[in-house]
Design a protein around this ligand. Structure first.
Ligand code: DQA
Length: 167
């Protein structure tokens, strides 16, 4: 399990208690192997490079990221389940293979009431049929699929836009 924080400050994105808003980024199974894994599909960018890009974008947007990668469904369920009490304003998730199989991750997202964005590097609808179904998408604000590393940046931007919306 990898947990990382990145700090950035911008008063526009403070919550009611005056704290900077936090976004939880979750990378699912095998994404730790990006850069070497099926590069023709997922590209050569490593997970560390994606995380650096996300932190840079978060810094520009004035939000704080906690970044987490796990190959274990239960760890991902636990992280989502704690997202509300840990005061995350949004979740950005690439559930990877669990996209197509995990009722548990779907139920965790539905349970926590924290706006969630699903992202994929590849276009899952242009691939094998078993990837065309996302069990996760129906409980998310939206899904971004097929833009490579930029899917994450677009997803983060969408999450910030949701956070910015006056409630
Ligand atoms: C993926 C697509 C999934 O189908 C696959 O299992 C992954 C990565 C993507 O980012 O394109 O591991 O989520």
């Amino acid at each position: 399990m990898r947990l990382r924080g990145s700090l950035a400050h911008d008063s526009k994105h403070e919550n009611k208690a005056g704290k900077v808003k936090k976004i939880l980024v979750i990378h699912g199974p095998n994404l730790n192997l990006l850069g070497q894994r099926e590069a023709d599909i997922y590209g050569r960018t490593t997970l560390d490079e994606i995380n650096a890009l996300l932190k840079k974008t978060a810094g520009e947007q004035g939000v704080v990221l906690t970044i987490f990668q796990s190959n274990h469904e239960g760890e991902i369920v636990d992280a989502i389940g704690k997202a509300k009490e840990e005061k995350f304003s949004a979740i950005l998730i690439n559930p990877a293979a669990y996209t197509h199989t995990s009722v548990a991750i779907r139920d965790a997202i539905a349970a926590v009431d924290v706006p969630t964005l699903e992202v994929h590097l590849s276009n899952i609808y242009a691939r094998e049929e078993f990837r065309h179904t996302s069990l996760i998408a129906p409980v998310c604000h939206g899904q971004i699929s097929g833009f490579g590393v930029n899917s994450y940046v677009l997803g983060l931007q969408a999450a910030v836009n949701i956070i910015k919306k006056p409630s």
